[in-house]
Design a protein around this ligand. Structure first.
Ligand code: ADP
Ligand code: MG
Length: 258
């Protein structure tokens, strides 16, 4: 596993004349964990979709280790880049193990079954996300948070050096949120993570990129980016930002107002 160098270079996605993503340039250096934040509809998911080749940019390029992802054979991309998507797929009648084991497909020959090594990788990944006990359960019956952990386990089992995660923690309880983001950091992979929780972004990501109305409006260390002024401009909220007493990282708090 070698962490990748993931870049979006002036990427735009235009649908019906509207730029959902508007000339965004963003680079994640090898091993860097970058948070992507911004209001609903800002274009975060659309940008991430261009990374894992679900939406083709109307203009600009996405490269992984210098290669245009849209020019790479599917298997080659899948060995280098894993995605944790926002929508849990309707994995009708598949078990948790089956869903996670899809991660190993890019490493197999056509019609090759699961080898012992693949099974161990998948079970280890499920154990890492605290869902090994659910391996034989139907995926459809899990809670939202359990599904999300299985999908993170699947990305982990893919063993890639680069991950794209779209709100991977939005259904998770506090401990599992921390566990999941700690895991991403510990792996040493390059990661771009869309997050809504700005305090988690500040705590786990060395860089925070902010999107608003399709554009990248800020990009830098959390202490520089997450300011009261930016939160007012981008989110339209009056929030307080104070340094965390222990870490010095910015902590965002809001009050109910009147
Ligand atoms: P975010 O993830 O930041 O909440 P999205 O990238 O999902 O934002 O969406 C950005 C905007 O693009 C939204 O206004 C959304 O409704 C719109 N949008 C997303 N996908 C499409 C599509 N396929 N066709 C038209 N509009 C879309
Ligand atoms: Mg989204």
């Amino acid at each position: 596993m070698t962490p990748g160098d993931l870049r979006a270079d002036a990427v735009s996605v235009v649908v019906n004349g509207r730029a959902l993503v508007d000339e965004v340039t963003l680079a994640a250096a090898p091993g860097e964990v970058v948070a992507l934040v911004g209001p609903n509809g800002a274009g975060k998911s659309t940008l991430l979709r261009t990374f894992y080749r679900a939406t083709r940019p109307s203009a600009g390029r996405v490269t992984l280790d210098g290669q245009d992802v849209w020019g790479m054979p599917g298997k080659q991309l899948a060995r280098k880049l894993a995605a944790v998507l926002q929508e849990a797929p309707g994995e009708f009648e598949l078990t948790v193990y089956d869903v996670a084991a899809m991660a190993r497909t890019p490493f197999k020959r056509p019609f090759e079954g699961d080898g012992a090594a693949d099974r161990r990788i998948v079970m280890d990944a499920l154990a890492e996300l605290d869902v090994a006990g659910l391996a034989d359960a139907p995926f459809d019956r899990l809670s939202g948070g359990e599904k999300q952990r299985v999908l993170i386990a699947r990305a982990l089992a893919q063993g890639t050096g680069t991950m794209v995660l779209d709100e991977p923690t939005n259904h998770l309880d506090l401990r599992h949120q921390l566990d999941a983001l700690r895991l991403v950091r510990r792996l040493g992979v390059t990661a771009v993570v869309a997050l809504h929780d700005l305090n988690l972004a500040a705590a786990f990501c060395g860089r925070v990129c902010v999107m608003d109305a399709g554009r990248l409006v800020a990009d830098g260390p959390p202490g520089e980016v997450l300011t009261e002024q930016l939160l007012a401009e981008v989110y339209g909220v009056a929030a307080e930002v104070r340094p965390h007493p222990a870490t010095g990282l910015p902590q965002v708090s809001v009050h109910p107002g009147t």
